[in-house]
Write a protein of this length. Structure first.
Length: 406
């Protein structure tokens, strides 16, 4: 492992502000949910002004540490945000640190990198590689080229492609959008799972009617606890600045939803595959990859890659790897935080959604009440909720209560 403190002076200067003596410039966090909230809290507690470009009713906009930048009305958040960042409205924020907390934000920075790099302080990045990792089909194709294990996957464009592939497909199978954030905006879910060819045809028709490109991906069997992630930051030579790994315990809905329970853990072997992919595509700056262990052949297989802060950012920081502080200090010439190691066994728990995961698993005979209670009886950090910044968590709680009554 290459320690962050061991990065050479020349490497640090690749992302440092032209005015390195300027202390604590503001930070602008674009998009995101739990990750954006953890970032603005971290910056706010350090006395750094934190601005957010997000929906006015988002949880992060309610944080005491965040100042919302209101965009002009536009049917597309991505377009409105790009126009504001690249236009004269943002002139007063020149040389602020600009951070991406969503796929939309990554798209904006990749598409307008030259303009934005002249206006803001940007984390080191390779826009071409970032676009490739946003594209799920491109990600799998590049992983295969790099020798990184993946689930079986198929490229399709038409119903005729489905018919031609019918005899070689395996079930259950995932209809996965090429661009996840576009699909989520329309359907509020990451993908569709089909158990039969008929269901697959129906799911493909839904995506086709919405003009969304998809691929088909084998659903790896086994519990969500076989999912793990690797995080790092890469310089221009592909050297890693630190290593962080965690596992997922449960998701809701089971085997397809967002994680409800994460735990920090030094996971073996995951770094090798992740860094192999990162270096093959030329990723620079923050990088994260998620894998699932396939018990059928004993191999970790790639699920997805994100070149940004993720939903578990608060847990990563609590474990001793403050990614927001690392990137910010890199850009502003401040001393880098220690990134040599992290604590195992720390958890990020979403109680309401994890209880739903428990009830689903109990119905299937896979989890008992005593076992679930034993797993959650410990200190946790929580997505959204913080005693020193309660409004975002309370707003989320009320929203979920109202939704449960509908």
């Amino acid at each position: 492992m290459t320690s962050a403190t061991a990065l050479s002076q020349s490497q640090r200067m690749t992302t440092r502000s032209p005015n390195a003596s300027r202390q604590r410039p503001p930070v602008i966090v674009v998009g995101g949910n739990d990750n954006a909230l953890s970032l603005v809290r971290g910056f706010g507690r350090r006395g750094i002004d934190a601005y957010v470009i997000n929906q006015h009713n988002s949880d992060v906009a309610k944080s005491r540490y965040a100042q919302l930048i209101r965009l002009p009305e536009h049917e597309s958040f991505e377009t409105a945000a790009a126009e504001w960042l690249c236009g004269p409205q943002s002139d007063g924020f020149r040389q602020s640190v600009l951070l991406a907390a969503s796929d939309e934000a990554l798209s904006i920075i990749a598409d307008h990198h030259e303009v934005l790099s002249n206006r803001f302080l940007l984390d080191l990045c390779n826009p071409v590689a970032q676009r490739q990792m946003l594209d799920k089909l491109e990600t799998y194709l590049l992983a295969r080229d790099a020798g990184v294990p993946t689930p079986k996957f198929w490229q399709i464009s038409t119903q005729a492609d489905l018919a031609e592939l019918r005899d070689e497909l395996v079930y259950p199978i995932i209809v996965k959008p090429v661009l996840s954030h576009i699909f989520q905006q329309k359907f509020s879910t990451k993908f569709i799972v089909a158990d039969t060819f008929e269901q697959l045809c129906q799911a493909f028709t839904v995506a086709e009617d919405a003009h969304i490109d998809v691929l088909l991906v084998e659903k790896i069997p086994g519990p969500d606890s076989q999912l793990c992630s690797y995080y790092t930051w890469l310089n221009q030579d592909g050297d890693t600045a630190f290593d962080f790994t965690k596992r997922i315990i449960r998701r809701y809905p089971t085997n397809m939803g967002l994680a409800t329970f994460h735990i920090t853990d030094h996971v073996k072997d995951v770094k090798q595959h992740a860094v192999q992919l990162f270096r093959h595509v030329g990723l620079q700056g923050l990088a994260n990859a998620e894998f699932k262990y396939d018990a059928r052949d004993g191999v970790l297989k790639l699920i997805e890659c994100n070149a940004r802060f993720t939903a578990a950012n608060g847990l990563v920081a609590r474990a001793g790897m403050d990614l927001g502080a690392f990137v910010y200090n890199q850009l502003t010439g401040l001393p880098l935080p220690p990134m040599d190691d992290f604590r195992d066994g720390l958890t990020l728990w979403d109680p309401m959604r994890d209880f739903k995961a428990f009830t689903e698993l109990r119905r299937r005979g896979e989890l008992s009440l005593p076992t679930w209670l034993s797993s959650v009886t410990r200190r946790h950090c929580f997505p959204g909720f913080d005693l020193t910044d309660p409004r975002p968590g309370l707003a989320r709680l009320m929203r979920r209560v109202r939704k449960s009554r509908d």
